[in-house]
Write a new protein. Structure first.
Length: 296
């Protein structure tokens, strides 16, 4: 009996890296009983497996998960790296906010990376980074061209299973190639991606950076569905709002138009960013509509 981690899943086969003798990857099938009893088997799952009489790997048990991401399907994630670009594509606050809310809701630690720093003036780049630091996020600026941030990013990945997520064309694959040149992941110009159409793959796989460190590259996406989040819970997913939430006059306050709202007051007093608050209101409307339609 051995213990390993599923690093890849294709057509009913699971590729399990043995945790005892690393660098050994065993192609495994799975016992029907487990297949039926567990919802699904995810890349990232820790499993018990054995080599059967025919020399084939068989997964016999899925060990308990610490957590799971549903987009992409991946288990036991230690860090989410949210990648955006300083330029091409431009950073859009509303989209960034949605990714940040999604990550905050997952309860998994996350890092915000602004890549392609070489494409903008340093002053402008620092301003963008500082804006998000002021909101309470951890931010790293990188460039695949100048290798800025390479060491720091490598530090973040040490000993963890990290998922890279973000819109298409921001440089997720390029960043992974920078921190681990052996990967040679395919990258492509933003315009080519659109031209090629089907550039994304549904397959998720864990790539090994070194012992105990894995990364998952994911296909870029920008349609983020946050409809599962209750409108009432949204403000709690904005770290900068947190200190005001218990000071509103009404405990049911969603910080929209209620009198005595501490969040709104903080915006008026210049303590919270107006554009940030606008993003909140826009997202709140989206969620309210989704919940109204659901329970009509
Ligand atoms: N100037 C500059 N270009 C970069 C940088 N990082 C990536 N690029 C370019 O941006 C384009 C997109 O990079 P990818 O790594 O393919 O982007 P991706 O996020 O993996 O995109 P998807 O796989 O579609 O989700 C490529 O042409 C890269 O060469 C950077 O730091 N600076
Ligand atoms: Mg990519
Ligand atoms: Zn309020």
């Amino acid at each position: 009996m051995a213990v390993g981690k599923i690093v890849r899943a294709i057509a009913g086969f699971y590729y399990v890296e043995s945790l005892e003798s690393s660098n050994t990857i065993v192609e495994c099938s799975i016992r029907g009983k487990i297949k039926l009893s567990s919802d699904s088997v995810f890349v990232g799952d820790k499993v018990e497996f054995l080599i059967d009489d025919n020399g084939k790997g068989v997964i016999t048990k899925i060990l308990p998960r610490n957590n799971q991401l549903l987009r992409p399907y991946i288990a036991n994630v230690d860090l989410i790296v949210l990648v955006f670009a300083h330029h091409t594509p431009d950073p859009i606050e509303y989209l960034i906010t949605k990714f940040l809310v999604l990550a905050e809701d997952s309860n998994i630690p996350y890092l915000l990376v602004f890549n392609k720093m070489d494409l903008v003036e340093k002053r402008k780049a620092n301003l963008l980074a500082q804006t998000y630091r002021n909101y309470g996020y951890e931010v790293l600026c990188t460039s695949v061209v100048t290798h800025q941030g390479k060491r720091k990013l490598q530090q973040y990945l040490k000993g963890k299973t990290t998922v890279f997520a973000g819109p298409s064309g921001v440089g997720k694959s390029a960043l992974l190639n920078m921190v681990c040149p052996g990967f040679r992941l395919q990258t492509g110009a933003v315009s080519e991606k659109i031209g090629r159409g089907k550039h994304t793959t549904r397959e998720v796989q864990l790539l090994k950076v070194n012992t105990n460190s894995y990364v998952a590259d994911t296909p870029g996406f920008s349609q983020i569905n946050l409809d599962f989040i209750e409108p009432q819970a949204l403000a709690g997913l904005f770290p900068d709002f947190e200190q005001y939430l218990d000071q509103c006059k009404f405990s049911s306050c969603v910080h929209q138009a209620e009198p005595g709202c501490a969040v709104k007051n903080a915006v008026d007093e210049g303590k919270l960013s107006p554009s940030r608050y606008q993003c909140y209101l826009e997202l709140l409307d989206e969620l309210k509509l989704a919940w109204k339609n659901r329970y009509r």
